[in-house]
Design a protein around this ligand. Structure first.
Ligand code: GLP
Length: 258
């Protein structure tokens, strides 16, 4: 696992965008898109590069990570609407190549199987962007999710529902969701996890330096060959080996001529 500790939130967005851009410039690519506030800066930076540096997403297919059960796509808080608003509608990614699980499907289990198969049929996700929940979840894989799980229906944890309540003023956060599984996420060629702020510091420590455990679902990334974790100083504050990660990154940057 590569750990990059940045000096600011802006730099986190730039670093993560660099990884996405490197793959997109190579030709047709499959991207995995996370919603949530963590990758917002990454999307803003990619949109800027699209507008100012001719970074095109015309040959990109995108799969989102998860969706609330029961919300139609048109709902303002569906992850389909969110990812369109925050990224897809601002670049030239063809809308018919934005693929998301349908949270309002009549048969949610069948929808989960369909979505998992669609990802496999696309080849694989080349770069998967991820955030992390305060309880260590990725996607909506809550603690105790199987490390081999595939896309399926999950029950949202209490902390996840209260963290996301701000997006549902006057309404209830759904109880259920569809999420790519930890096994599905692990199939991606590269994973880039972005974490910001002090309320993620404990989860980041458990993910990077704790045991591989279903109790911290993000720790599954320790088993991934190409996982990069990009942090601001607050999210990195509890890391025991922070000095080592900074030194390694400095040497790595020098090798790459940054
Ligand atoms: C949400 C999403 C995750 C996201 C996480 C953190 O509930 N399902 O994909 O990474 O929780 O959200 P945020 O980045 O807003 O802190």
């Amino acid at each position: 696992m590569q750990v990059i500790i940045c000096d600011s939130r802006e730099q986190v967005g730039v670093r993560a965008a660099d990884i996405v851009e490197a793959r997109v410039r190579k030709g047709p690519a499959v991207l995995g898109l996370a919603t949530g506030s963590s990758p917002a800066g990454t999307y803003r930076e990619l949109i800027r590069r699209h507008r100012e540096e001719q970074l095109s997403f015309r040959e990109v297919t995108a799969f989102t990570l998860d969706e609330y059960a029961g919300l139609p796509r048109e709902h303002e808080q569906s992850y389909y609407s969110t990812i369109r608003r925050e990224f897809v509608d601002e670049v030239d990614l063809p809308l018919d190549r934005l693929l998301t699980p349908h949270g309002d499907a009549e048969d949610l289990r069948a929808e989960a199987l369909r979505y998992d198969a669609a990802i496999r049929e696309a080849g694989r996700v080349d770069v998967q962007i991820l955030g992390i929940g305060a309880n260590g979840h990725i996607g909506f894989n809550e603690p105790t999710s199987s490390l081999s799980s595939r896309t399926r229906v999950k029950t949202l944890a209490g902390i996840t529902r209260s963290d996301n309540a701000r997006f549902f003023p006057g309404g209830e956060v759904p109880q259920l969701c569809l999420t790519q599984g930890l096994g599905t996420i692990r199939d991606a060629g590269q994973a880039v996890l972005v974490a910001l702020g002090a309320n993620k510091a404990a989860a980041v420590r458990a993910m990077v330096e704790g045991p591989v455990s279903a109790f911290c679902p993000a720790s599954v990334l320790q088993l991934h060959q190409h996982a990069v974790v990009v942090l601001d100083p607050e999210a990195a504050a509890e890391l025991q080996l922070a000095d080592y990660y900074r030194r390694a990154q400095g040497l790595n940057d020098r090798l790459l001529g940054r």
